[in-house]
Design a protein around this ligand. Structure first.
Ligand SMILES: N[C@@H](CCC(=O)N[C@@H](CS)C(=O)NCC(=O)O)C(=O)O
Length: 132
């Protein structure tokens, strides 16, 4: 599990913004399993997911929600809290300046719409290590 210094844990796992949700990735995964999102043995290696975001961005909220529905832990880099990392995001995202920018195991996925499109094409879960 990745806990990168300086990056804020997402609210599902930190409990900061969503009281009542699981407070640790392990319990989030258990909750997802109990809810029938995963079946035993379905999950393989957990991917490292990073999201550059801002707090009030609806596309960021949608991206978070999609990952949370899948029970995926992610590291969130809030550019309002860490404005100096915006240049890092733009560089890693090949010049794209909007939030969110999403990375899975270091691979640039793009923004929310890109991730949703990947999901609809059935290409997101394999990248996340789900359903294999
Ligand atoms: N199609 C993009 C839209 C992203 C977008 O427009 N994000 C807004 C915030 S909600 C943004 O970054 N605006 C410019 C800025 O905040 O600098 C996606 O799906 O991620």
């Amino acid at each position: 599990m990745l806990w990168r210094p300086g990056a804020r844990e997402n609210e599902a796992f930190s409990g900061k913004r969503a009281p009542g949700l699981p407070t640790r990735p392990d319990s989030a995964i258990s909750a997802a399993r109990n809810a029938g999102i995963f079946r035993p043995g379905e999950r393989t290696a957990m991917a490292k997911v990073e999201i550059y975001s801002t707090m009030f961005c609806p596309y960021c909220a949608r991206a978070r929600a999609l990952l949370q529905r899948k029970g995926i832990a992610f590291t969130e880099i809030d550019l309002l809290e860490e404005p100096r990392r915006r240049d890092e995001m733009i560089r890693r995202a090949g010049g794209r300046p909007t939030v969110p920018q999403i990375f899975i195991d270091g691979e640039h996925i793009g923004g929310c719409d890109d991730m949703v499109a990947l999901d609809r094409a059935g290409q997101l879960d394999p990248k996340l290590g789900l359903g294999q």
